[in-house]
Design a protein around this ligand. Structure first.
Ligand code: SAM
Ligand code: SF4
Length: 323
């Protein structure tokens, strides 16, 4: 298999693909209440265009992908895209990150289309708080979605919780308990400062709070390509991962690139740089030209971001870049 490396000799084998900039929620740390100015549909890559990019990427060494957004499941026909992408030679894993609200409807179809795994974002187990954080979501929809995913055999389901001081940090132990009671695989994520909503809670503090509840045993990830560091409470079926982009940055092991819904290939979530693939895709794109552009984007991948120094160098938010 081809091994693709960037200028810092990091292996690049993972592409996160944003399939839409639209979302049916407005999480306070991700979007303003009125939402973001939406791209015209004509700007958004078709499923055929995404497949073409991935066919070239797979030949270069990309073997794992994750569909994200905006909310990927608001785009019509995502199971069809999953089927197309999972059949590309060289692609070993197609996963999805979702807010879970539409999973009850789509979980089985996604599994049957070839989806390997799913991550569901959920920041609270309290209904009124869920409505405040997402601005109008219903907690029950996500809980049904989690059950639907498990029932469809999309296991392990990972639950992503962004921990915010004074907003939901009093629930970290409740989420830890779910690793016992429900076998959830919970990942605690440090808040990145795209919007001024709350103070982040460092992962070291979250671990400390959970340790007062039970001993944390280091363990290997159940599956995944990501930056989380994993632990388990003694006897729990589920695990806990800590993703700490601000206080414990993982840039030196970063293996990913991002494709936005309008065809920009971004080397880093926290950089404004990108290479535009859409024009070439809609012109007389040859696979050689696409390959040249993909390699150009990979070569421009920065060594690290500067979040720990309080520097956020982007004007877009997560829903636009594809979190
Ligand atoms: N709509 C889907 C969802 O919410 O899972 C996929 C897109 S969302 C942008 C992807 C992930 O980014 C979610 O887990 C969300 O919690 C996370 N996210 C968004 N803004 C964030 C921020 N400021 N800091 C940390 N994580 C953030
Ligand atoms: Fe939508 Fe996901 Fe952003 Fe929440 S985090 S507003 S669900 S894109």
């Amino acid at each position: 298999m081809t091994v693709l490396r960037d200028s810092f000799q990091r292996r690049i084998n993972y592409l996160r693909i944003s399939v839409t900039d639209r979302c049916n929620l407005r999480c306070i740390y991700c979007m303003p209440p009125e939402g973001i100015p939406l791209m015209p549909h004509s700007e958004i890559l078709s499923y055929e265009e995404i497949s073409l990019v991935l066919r070239v990427g797979a030949k270069l060494g990309i073997n794992k992908i994750r569909l994200t957004g905006g909310e990927p499941l608001v785009r019509v026909g995502v199971p069809r895209l999953v089927r197309m992408l999972s059949q590309i030679k060289g692609i070993d894993e197609v996963s999805l990150t979702t807010n879970g609200t539409l999973l009850k409807r789509y979980a089985l179809e996604l599994k049957q289309a070839g989806l390997s795994r799913i991550n569901i974002s959920l920041d609270t187990l309290k209904g009124d708080r869920f409505r405040r954080i997402t601005r109008f979501g219903e907690l029950g929809d996500v809980l049904f979605g989690i059950e639907a995913a498990r029932g469809a055999g999309l296991r392990p389901v990972k639950i992503n919780m962004v921990v915010m001081r004074g907003i939901n940090d009093d629930e970290v132990q409740d989420f830890a308990k779910m690793t016992y009671e429900e076998g959830w695989h919970v990942r605690f994520i440090e808040l990145m400062p795209f919007a001024d909503v709350a103070e982040l809670v460092p992962s070291s503090e979250v671990r400390q709070r959970i340790m007062s509840f039970g001993k944390l045993e280091p363990c290997s990830p159940v599956t995944g390509n990501g930056p989380a560091v994993y632990y388990r409470l003694p006897g729990a079926e589920g695990t806990m991962g800590f993703i700490s982009p601000v206080t414990e940055p993982f840039c030196s092991n970063c293996n990913r690139m991002r494709l936005t819904s309008n065809g920009r290939l971004c080397p880093c979530l926290l950089s404004e740089d990108y290479v535009d693939l859409k024009e070439v895709l809609r012109g007389s794109a040859s696979p050689q030209e696409l390959e040249r552009l993909i390699l150009k984007a990979i070569a421009s991948k920065p060594e690290r971001h500067h979040l720990a120094d309080g520097i956020v160098s982007i004007k877009q938010n997560m829903s636009q870049i594809g979190g």
